[in-house]
Design a protein around this ligand. Structure first.
Ligand code: ADP
Ligand code: MG
Length: 277
């Protein structure tokens, strides 16, 4: 097997919280604890876990938006958090992110064309003609029209806005797309369309997804492999069909209980809460 596109090695992140009073020690939260996994190019890895389990923290560390407290993120052989600034900027062109909120993540004052072209202009200084062409292609790839370029985000539905966000993520032809709860803000009927689109884009362009969701059913649709996070740690990993039929960890069973048609709620499972150090 070839070298993985993404290697996450013993990643840890602690956050310092505000002191309760002047002489108190600052409490800390271990948001991620000893997380390791690999992701092969062209595959999709799901990260599931309840709110507060560390999913978004993992996304930010993989995107090199903030430094880890320990461990490494290696993308295509590059130790991201050890790179000098300029090299990190170049490495970032291989990474794009799709966020949860299709309303908040698009600037209402910028046209769709400007929004989708932005990563291109920032990363490569592409000419206007080239930008227009690439934007047209990206909009077409996500099932919108090139003429939508001139419109503004408020003219689109939630699902369409998420398509715009995906077009924006695709435009640099990234090797890895980190999607943090990309369909959680959408109506259930629209969720399936956006998930199908993401699947289709993977088949067509071979993109690799790190796909984050609190919803096991969503991850099941898109991912080949799933990691279950609980209190910042990996408690279970496997193909989604195995997690669905034979979950090993009580917390995975609890997540399944939240899936419509899933098994009932098991007893005696501790409630997840952030651990203080
Ligand atoms: P999830 O995305 O799974 O809901 P997060 O990664 O957002 O989880 O949060 C994991 C834990 O880290 C939570 O306890 C959260 O309160 C804490 N946390 C996340 N970001 C910060 C931050 N910037 N400062 C302090 N604590 C944080
Ligand atoms: Mg989150």
């Amino acid at each position: 097997m070839s070298a993985p596109l993404l290697q996450v090695e013993q990643l840890g992140k602690r956050y310092r919280l505000p002191r309760e009073h002047l002489f108190a020690a600052a409490p800390e939260v271990q948001a991620l604890d000893d997380v390791s996994f690999t992701l092969q190019a062209g595959r999709s890895l799901g990260i599931v876990g309840e709110s507060g389990s560390g999913k978004s923290t993992l996304a930010r560390l993989v995107m090199a938006l903030e430094p880890p407290s320990s461990g490494r993120v290696v993308l295509d052989g590059l130790d991201l958090h050890a790179l000098p600034r300029e090299q990190l900027r170049q490495a970032r062109s291989k990474l794009q992110m799709v966020f949860q909120d299709p309303y908040g993540s698009l600037d209402p004052r910028r046209s769709v064309g400007q929004t989708v072209a932005e990563p291109l202009a920032v990363l490569f200084g592409a000419s206007r003609a080239e930008q227009r062409e690439r934007v047209g292609e990206a909009l077409d790839a996500v099932g919108l029209r090139a003429s939508d370029m001139a419109k503004y985000p408020h003219e689109f539905s939630g699902g369409q806005r998420q398509r715009i966000a995906i077009a924006r993520a695709l435009i640099t032809r990234p090797q890895l797309i980190v999607a943090d709860e990309p369909v959680s803000a959408l109506d259930v009927s629209v969720q399936a369309q956006v998930l199908n689109l993401m699947q289709d884009l993977q088949d067509r362009y071979g993109v690799t997804y790190l796909f984050i969701s609190h919803d096991l059913a969503v991850v099941d649709l898109v991912c080949d492999e799933v990691i279950v996070l609980w209190q910042g740690r990996i408690v279970e990993q496997g193909p989604p069909e195995r997690l669905f039929t034979a979950p090993e960890h009580p917390y995975t069973r609890r997540l399944l209980a939240a899936v419509p048609g899933g098994p009932g709620m098991p007893q005696n499972v501790p409630s997840p809460h952030p651990r203080s150090l």
